[in-house]
Design a protein around this ligand. Structure first.
Ligand code: NAD
Ligand code: TDX
Length: 337
C-alpha cells in the first residue's frame, strides 16, 4: 500500500507521517509538500532515513508536476493535509488560501481520477460550520449542520469540501471528508494559540489574548486526529463526512491560564479582537465513534503536559522558526495591537 500525504511537513501531516510509519510497518509513505513558511523539513527528520518514506517538494497547484508524480509513484490512497491553515493570515491575504485550498484540492482530485486512486481523503475543519453561541452549551456541530463560514480560511476549506462532494457524485471519485476541531501537540507552528503562548512564556513576552478571551475551542491531541483519519481511509464509507472532536471545550483564557500555571509564569495582555472572530466550536463525534469505533486516547491535561514538555525538549525546532522570517509576521500581527 502506498499513501501520498500532502502537507506532511506541516503540523498534523507530519504527525500523521510518523503515525502511519509506526502503525503500518508494510506501508510506503510519500510526502508531497511545497515547504511554504509553515512547512519544515526538520519536522520530518525522524522519517527521512526510513526506506519506506520519501519526501517530494512540490506544490499541489502544479498540475503537470502532480500528474507526473502520480504517474511514477501510483499511490493507492491520497490524504490531503496541504493547505494554508491560519485564520489571521487569511484575513491579511486571502488569495493564496483560495489557490492552495480550493484549486490545489481540485488538481489532486483530477490526478486521482486519472490514475485510479482507490481513496482520496480531504482533511477539513469544524470551521466550515461557522460558530455556535456561547450561551447554548447544548448545541454541537453534527455532519448535518449547514456550512456557514466566517473567514476567508474557512470559506476556502468549505469550498474545497463542496468540490470533493461534487467530484464524488459526478465522477464517482472514491472520496471521504473529515472535519476536525482544534488540534494541539508536537510540531505545531508557533503562530497558533497554544504554541505561541508556550513560546512567549518561555521567552518572557506578553501573552496576547484576542478580545475578552471568552471564545471557546474544542481541543484534540493531534495523535487522536491521526488515528481517526487512519480509520476513515480504511473503514470509512465513500461519500461520507466524519466529524472528529475532543469533547473538550475550553475558553482561550482557560487555555492561557493553564499554560501559565503549567510553566509557572506568564503575563496576559488583552489585545484587539480578530475580525469576524468565531465564538465557539463544539463537535459531535457520535458518527465516527459508533460507525468506526474511534475513541480519543489522550486526555487534555496529559496532552498539554506532553505538549509543553515537547516544546521544552525541542527548543531548536521552534527557535529556528521564531528567529527567521516569522519575526516579520509577528511584528505585523501584534506590534500595534
Ligand atoms: P500547517 O499550516 O501546519 O501545515 C500545512 C502544510 O501544507 C505545510 O507543510 C505547508 O508547507 C504545506 N502546503 C501549504 N501550501 C501548499 C501547497 N500549495 N502545496 C503543497 N504543500 C503546501 O497546517 P496544519 O495545522 O497541519 O493543518 C493541516 C490540515 O488540517 C489543513 O488542511 C487544515 O485545514 C486542517 N485542520 C487543521 C486543524 C488544526 O487545528 N491545526 C484542525 C482541523 C483541520
Ligand atoms: O495570539 C493569539 N491570541 C488569541 O487569543 C492567537 C494566535 C489566537 N487567539 C485565539 C483565536 C482563537 O479563538 O485563540 C483561538 C485559537 O486560535 P488559532 O490557534 O489561530 O486557531 P483557530 O482560529 O481556532 O483555527 C484552528 O483550528 C481550526 C486552526 O488554525 C485551523 O487550521 C483549524 O481549521
Amino acid at each position: 500500500m502506498k499513501i501520498f500525504v500532502t502537507g506532511g511537513a506541516g503540523f498534523i501531516g507530519g504527525n500523521f507521517v510518523y503515525y502511519m510509519l509506526k502503525t503500518h510497518p508494510d506501508y510506503d509513505i510519500v510526502c508531497l509538500d511545497a515547504l511554504t513558511y509553515a512547512g519544515n523539513l526538520h519536522t520530518l527528520s525522524g522519517a527521512l532515513e526510513n526506506p519506506r518514506f520519501k519526501f517530494v517538494k512540490i506544490d499541489i497547484t502544479d498540475r503537470d508536476g502532480i500528474f507526473g508524480l502520480f504517474d511514477t509513484e501510483r499511490p493507492d490512497i491520497v490524504v490531503n493535509f496541504a493547505a494554508e491553515s491560519h485564520v489571521d493570515r487569511s484575513i491579511l491575504s486571502p488569495e493564496v488560501f483560495l489557490k492552495t485550498n480550493i484549486l490545489g484540492t481540485q488538481v489532486l482530485m483530477d490526478a486521482c481520477r486519472e490514475y485510479g486512486v482507490k481513496r482520496f481523503h480531504q482533511v477539513s475543519t469544524d470551521e466550515v460550520y461557522g460558530d455556535l453561541p456561547l450561551d447554548r452549551p447544548d448545541l454541537l456541530f453534527t455532519e448535518a449542520t449547514p456550512i456557514h463560514t466566517s473567514s476567508p480560511y474557512s470559506a476556502s476549506k468549505a469550498s474545497a469540501d463542496l468540490l470533493v462532494s461534487a467530484y464524488c457524485r459526478t465522477y464517482g471519485l472514491p472520496a471521504t471528508i473529515s472535519r476536525c476541531s482544534n488540534n494541539y501537540g508536537p510540531y505545531h507552528f508557533p503562530e497558533k494559540l497554544i504554541p505561541l503562548m508556550i513560546i512567549n512564556i518561555l521567552n518572557g513576552k506578553p501573552l496576547p489574548v484576542y478580545g475578552d478571551g471568552k471564545n471557546v475551542r474544542d481541543w484534540l491531541y493531534v495523535e487522536d486526529h491521526c488515528s481517526a483519519i487512519d480509520l476513515i481511509i480504511h473503514d470509512g464509507k465513500v461519500g461520507e463526512i466524519y466529524n472528529i472532536g475532543g469533547n473538550n471545550e475550553r475558553s482561550n483564557l482557560q487555555i492561557v491560564e493553564l499554560l501559565i500555571s503549567t510553566l509557572g509564569k506568564g503575563e496576559i495582555k488583552f489585545v484587539r479582537d480578530r475580525a469576524g472572530h468565531d465564538l465557539r466550536y463544539a463537535i459531535d463525534s457520535t458518527k465516527i465513534k459508533t460507525q468506526l469505533g474511534w475513541t480519543p486516547r489522550t486526555d487534555f491535561e496529559n496532552g498539554i503536559k506532553k505538549t509543553v514538555d515537547w516544546y521544552l525538549n525541542n527548543r531548536s525546532w521552534w527557535e529556528n522558526i521564531v528567529s527567521g522570517e516569522y519575526i516579520n509576521y509577528y511584528r505585523r500581527m501584534y506590534e500595534d495591537r
